[in-house]
Design a protein around this ligand. Structure first.
Ligand SMILES: Cc1cc2nc3c(=O)[nH]c(=O)nc-3n(C[C@H](O)[C@H](O)[C@H](O)COP(=O)(O)O)c2cc1C
Length: 327
């Protein structure tokens, strides 16, 4: 592989822009190692907090794939236009132990020029601040804080959301901080609160009635994502890049392969987090994405750093196009 895939996120140099996003596919040391072996430049571990309600939600989690006709089938290898529809919750761990486990994995990751990133979702803000400090003192090198989890709207408690949660965590630690945002969250506020990178954007909530039972699929509202979300994510990334050209953007939601990673780079992301593809097709999806991206860069005779924002820099207004067409 001769293409230059190097990139920088939150001030950290990454060997490539492919990140394993936080999910049930990054909840166990073996899974995290498999993502690293597959070639991911970073693996964001499944999010944690101290809330029993959030842990109960994970125990009651359910997942289905929906085909293009919204017919549900069990999780397994996915087609490009399948959606992943699911409820999820947070991992129940003893925090100091989890920090040690992730720090050990992160040292292994460093041997591969990669990172293992702990992820926090706030239940109690004081406990979240403590958790952030515990991760830092364990030696971890990067932290993600998700303040935009879609399930927050349905979970009775334990899944805090909102950009106002960022400041206290930021002040508690000096390690690079990525803040993961909901689609409508303010990037400007997240950056002002001290985010070193923003991850945009978390999935949407959905509702799917089953035509046979006339009841909701999974019995509840649930989060939904698919390749159909990619243009929406690309739009948000391009708009964010235009408004904050210096901001470090990790894109998530809708990328399924290396060409989708390239599209998100062209929109202005510096890296891309894939979760559904890893859940449905395993960690090998990450290695394939890196190879596809390398192939694309070689074919185009360009590098990852040069791709970042290139298409976004050439967006015209409707008026500009109308004037051009008149001439
Ligand atoms: C089953 C499942 C569990 C997830 N759990 C978490 C989580 O604990 N923390 C988090 O920040 N994001 C979580 N996510 C969101 C993913 O990291 C990712 O941002 C999102 O699924 C969009 O990317 P994708 O289209 O590649 O799936 C989860 C996603 C799925 C599908």
């Amino acid at each position: 592989m001769s293409a230059d895939l190097a990139t920088t996120v939150a001030g950290l140099d990454l060997k490539n822009p492919v990140i394993a996003g936080s999910s049930e596919a990054t909840a166990e040391p073996g899974q995290i190692r498999a993502c690293l072996e597959a070639g991911a430049a970073a693996v964001v571990a499944k999010s944690v907090n101290e809330s029993p309600a959030a842990h109960a939600n994970l125990r009651a989690a359910e997942y289905v794939l929906l085909d293009e006709h919204l017919r549900a089938r069990p999780l397994g290898p996915a087609q490009r236009m399948d959606s992943l529809f699911c409820r999820s919750g947070l991992l129940e761990v003893e925090l100091a132990e989890w920090a040690e486990t992730l720090a050990t994995l992160d040292r292994e990751a460093a041997q591969r020029d990669a990172y293992v990133v702990p992820s926090l979702i706030v239940a109690g803000l004081d406990r979240a601040v403590e958790a952030a400090a515990t991760f830092e003192s364990a030696g971890l090198r990067w932290l993600e804080l998700n303040v935009g989890a879609p399930h927050a709207s349905e979970a009775a408690e334990g899944i805090g959301a909102g950009v106002e949660l960022v400041r206290r965590i930021r002040d508690a630690v000096s390690l690079p901080l990525t803040v993961k945002l909901a689609p409508d969250d303010s990037v400007a506020d997240a950056l002002a609160a001290g985010a070193d990178a923003v991850c945009i954007a978390t999935r949407a909530m959905g509702f799917v009635p089953d035509l046979t039972t006339r009841r909701p699929v999974l019995g509840t509202f649930a989060a939904v994502g698919g390749a159909w979300a990619l243009p929406l994510t690309l739009y948000r990334v391009a708009k964010t890049h235009a408004a904050h050209p210096e901001a470090s953007i990790v894109a998530t939601n809708g990328a399924r392969d290396g060409l989708d990673v390239a599209r998100l780079l062209l929109a202005g992301a510096s890296a891309v987090a894939l979760a559904s593809a890893v859940l449905t097709d395993g960690p090998a999806a990450l290695g394939r994405a890196v190879e596809e991206l390398a192939g694309y860069c070689e074919e185009q005779g360009t590098s990852v750093r040069d791709l970042i924002g290139e298409a976004a820099h050439h967006v015209q207004t409707y008026e500009e196009v109308a004037i051009e067409r008149r001439h």
